[in-house]
Design a binder for this molecule. Structure first.
Ligand SMILES: *Cc1c(COP(=O)(O)O)cnc(C)c1O
Length: 433
């Protein structure tokens, strides 16, 4: 069997995930189905919380990027592990609040917050705004002033690093739509303006370089640039940042050929360099924040489907079509992302049938993942598992073609529970007049 994550097992030819039989879970809840493993999410949180305190210092902390996977149970789990969280919308903030999450640990992102969003987030009591642009800074200062509060913020900066990853997930470069570029002087101007805002408390700087990164080089380069900027602002404005957020982006293995990443060791490497750089520049090391999304939840999720048909186009290619697709996983369509796939009940059969795993949505581009192999006798009714779907699948799901979105089942040792119930077709028309 594909050896991808330690929570996957082959027991008598049947896929087990988080210690549970996935054939039984598929029978119990039906397909398509998102299945997540609470213990894996917790273990991933602990890796970050422990390593960040150990290597960056007690006041450093990880902030889970909600957009990777957002529903109430996620906030209960990460909250109990001591994580902070990034939210990018009122919807994410509301979800966190409804789950009883400590709102002072919420960082509110978004490059285009309107007045409604700003008021909503202040009412909800979010701890930090991550300010993207001057219009937002001034609007926030006004609104905070009317409410007689001083709002903590970080300024989102673009350090100008090109990560050579796919264009759509590249955000640290100078021409990004996110943040204030350091290179053009916009970042320095923003610091000056923020320090002059009466109702703003500037806590420090934020940057986010990219996603699905396996190398700490980019974090190290970002840290260097952020510390240099911190020094420059100290010299210019006598202002020393207390916190520096280096963003998210550590990768996960979608395929056996992807590198294995040791998060703790990577954090140690970045921290060593960070402290060395601070010493060289003669600056007290600010607290560090990291914002992992994918690496908290991706390997904690799989998606179960049932095969609808097998199309063998002689001399061309083969398709295996399932009862889901771009509505529950649009990542192949958006980014060309690919996944590893297993036949849930036939792990002991050789997987020699080459095919594309496709969905049931009305788009030729509705491919779950191309060029996979399943057992030769794959047929209607077989269950297949797509692995490593815990990040950016549920959160990017849609009702395209008016298909209801699948349930999310949470496995926790011997128990399983519905974290998000199956959407119904009544739900889908519930907003229609
Ligand atoms: C998306 C995002 C993250 C999380 O990135 P991952 O690659 O999922 O770890 C963190 N910070 C910001 C600002 C983001 O936009």
């Amino acid at each position: 069997m594909i050896n991808l994550h330690s929570n996957l097992r082959n027991i008598d030819g049947v896929l087990h995930f988080g210690g549970r039989n996935m054939s039984e879970i598929a029978e119990k809840y039906g397909t398509p189905l998102y299945v997540m493993d609470e213990q894996t999410i917790r273990a991933n949180c602990r890796t970050y919380v422990r390593a960040m305190k150990k290597y960056f210092g007690e006041s450093s902390y990880p902030c889970y990027a909600s957009k990777a996977c957002c529903f109430k149970d996620i906030y209960r789990i990460i909250g109990s592990e001591g994580m902070s969280a990034d939210c990018v919308s009122c919807g994410e903030i509301y979800t966190a609040k409804s789950a009883g999450f400590d709102m002072s640990k919420i960082h509110f992102h978004s490059n285009s917050k309107n007045d409604y969003d700003i008021n909503y987030a202040i009412d909800a009591g979010v701890g930090y705004f991550v300010v993207d642009n001057l219009e937002e800074l001034f609007a926030l200062n006004d609104i905070a002033g009317k409410r007689n509060i001083r709002q903590k913020i970080l300024l989102r900066l673009t350090p100008g690093i090109d990560t050579h990853t796919y264009e759509a997930v590249r955000t640290g470069n100078v021409d990004s739509k996110f943040g204030f570029p350091i290179e053009t002087g916009a970042a320095q101007k923003a610091v000056k303006k923020a320090l002059a805002c009466e109702n703003i408390e500037l806590k420090g700087y934020h940057c986010h370089i990219g996603s699905q990164l396996f190398d700490s080089d980019v974090f190290i380069r970002a840290a260097d640039i952020m510390i240099e900027f911190t020094c420059k602002m100290r010299d210019k404005f006598n202002y020393i940042a207390e916190e520096i957020d280096l963003g998210g982006g550590y990768g996960v293995r979608y395929h056996e050929s992807d590198p294995i990443i040791d998060i703790e060791n990577n954090i140690r490497l970045v921290a060593d360099r960070f402290h060395k750089k601070c010493r060289t520049m003669n600056i007290t090391p600010p607290a560090v924040i990291l914002e992992p999304g994918r690496s908290i939840v991706a390997d904690a999720g799989i998606t179960l489907y049932t095969v609808g048909n097998v199309k063998r186009i002689e001399g061309y290619k083969n398709y295996v079509a399932v009862d889901g697709g771009m509505g529950d996983n649009p990542r192949n369509l958006f980014y060309g992302s690919t996944y590893s796939v297993l036949s849930v009940e036939n792990l002991n059969k050789p997987a020699t049938f080459l095919c594309d795993l496709v969905g049931r949505f009305c788009e030729s581009g509705d491919v779950v993942t191309p060029n996979i192999s399943l057992p030769e006798d794959v047929k209607r009714g077989d269950k297949v598992a797509v692995l490593t779907t815990g990040a950016y699948n549920f959160s990017m799901s849609s009702n395209y073609n008016r298909y209801p979105r699948p349930a999310v089942i949470m496995i926790d040792g011997d128990t399983d529970r519905i974290s998000v119930r199956q959407e119904t077709i009544e739900d889908i028309i519930s907003r229609d007049n």
